[in-house]
Design a protein around this ligand. Structure first.
Ligand code: PLP
Length: 426
């Protein structure tokens, strides 16, 4: 085993620039990640939601091992892959509405890329609506529909015909409105953009039903209004459930909270039970638009990842979606208690185990407390809890296997950390 310092040194020398926490994990068990230096962390990042089943899930490891001893690769657009066929059947079973046919690939980015290509091919239109603050991946296509310059600066030009709409971020409304008096002005904006910004050649809107950036949960009615505008204008509704899907939100898919049936859905992250796997799924009619070789992927739908994915879905069906809902509600309640106690907590929002905790400098003007959030993240790391911070919001993503004991422990640590910055709030 490499010594910790050696790994850090090799990173410095050989790995392209990246934002990295000063942690060198070598072993994981459930929600616990162990560093080479012996320190243990409660990992509520789950590696950006990839390890939704927790580390070292014995049934997932068994599924991978068994498949490994049979066949480690089967290109699923060259041969008929048993595991790809079984996983695609499962996806058809669990996705809402009419989604029937899957294409399996390597990542969320690739799934999004395939989804927007399919939408364009089916509609024979080229324009796409997306939201400010969205994240859809880092290929040229996926970055084009990502509404955040931080991930795009210096690498343009991007795809033409992308129109951005304000996100349903009620805590900081781009349109300076208040829900519900706004009558969903952010959704109505799509009508206006359609009329004045497009050349009426729109293929689709792509959106994350719960936006991962700072965990934006749309108000009731928002997604329904968008869907209605889509239907009235022959625009496809593409749900990017790469992060919000597969139990994370307390439902199998986040769109189900609002009864939405998308035309295409993109999946990734948790889908491979820790191994790289993505998928996009479409209705029979939409999927027919693709001709052979319109989309392919040499190692996409790898049988090891599919075997893990099938086992992961089995576990979701057997109770982990329910656990995500129940433990998530408990977690939100406990965080709401912290909001009452700490002036730094501006908002607690989320669904299931997809939770955002936003810090502010002052409750009235809601000035984002970015430095304070970074300080809290550092304190928590020292205390043994790992969270993702974006701007002044913590995106909290525990494994779906988490129990109330771990939640109590995390809440206690967050409480202590917030206490340390309370002195700034006299
Ligand atoms: C909503 C969403 N879509 C797409 C992606 C891209 O997935 P990946 O980085 O696995 O390619 C991400 C990754 O964070 C995401 O959160």
């Amino acid at each position: 085993m490499l010594e910790r310092e050696e790994v850090l040194e090799k990173y410095k020398r050989y790995i392209l620039k990246n934002v990295v926490e000063p942690i060198v994990p070598y072993k994981g068990e459930g929600a616990i990640l162990k560093d080479l230096n012996g320190k243990e962390y409660l990992d509520f990042t789950t590696g950006y939601s990839v390890m939704a089943m927790g580390y070292g899930n014995s049934l997932i490891r068994k599924a991978i091992q068994e498949q490994l001893m049979k066949l480690e690769h089967c290109c699923h657009y060259l041969f008929f892959s048993i595991q790809a066929a079984n996983l695609a059947e499962k996806l058809c079973e669990i996705t809402p509405g009419n989604l029937k046919k899957s294409f399996l690939c390597n990542s969320g980015t690739e799934a999004v890329e395939g989804a927007i290509r399919l939408a364009r091919k089916y509609t024979r239109s080229h324009e796409i609506f997306a939201l400010f603050r969205s994240h859809h991946g880092r290929s040229m296509g996926a970055a084009s529909i990502t509404g955040n310059y931080i991930e795009k600066k210096g690498m343009g030009p991007y795809l033409a015909g992308i129109h951005f709409l304000p996100p349903p971020y009620c805590f900081r409304c781009s349109l300076r409105q208040t829900y519900p008096e706004c009558d969903l002005a952010c959704a109505e904006f799509m009508e206006e953009a359609l009329r004045y910004a497009t050349c009426k050649d729109v293929a689709c809107i792509i959106l994350e039903p719960i936006m991962m950036d700072v965990v934006i949960v749309p108000p009731n009615g928002y997604l329904k209004r968008i869907k209605r505008i889509c239907e009235e204008n022959d625009i496809l509704f593409v749900a990017d459930e790469v992060q919000s899907g597969l139990g994370r939100s307390g439902m199998m898919f986040a769109v189900e909270h609002w009864g939405i049936k998308p035309d295409i859905m993109a999946l990734g992250k948790a889908l491979g039970g820790g191994l790289p796997l993505g998928a996009y799924i479409a209705s029979e009619a939409v999927s027919e638009a693709f001709e052979d070789m319109d989309f392919a992927s040499s190692s996409g739908g790898n049988p090891l990842a599919c075997a893990a994915g099938i086992e992961m879905i089995n576990q979701l069906q057997k109770g982990l979606v329910k656990n995500s809902k129940e433990v998530g509600e408990y977690f939100m309640e406990r965080l709401q208690e912290l909001k009452e106690e700490h002036k730094s907590v501006g908002d607690v929002r989320g669904k299931g185990l997809f939770i955002g905790l936003e810090l502010v400098k002052d409750q009235e003007r809601k000035t984002p407390a970015v430095n304070e959030a970074e300080e809290v993240k550092r304190i928590l790391r020292d205390k043994g809890l790992l969270l993702i911070r974006n701007e002044s919001t913590f995106r909290i993503l525990p494994p779906l296997t988490v129990n109330k004991e771990d939640i109590d422990k995390a809440v206690g640590l967050i409480d202590d950390a917030l206490r340390e910055i309370d002195k700034n709030y006299r």
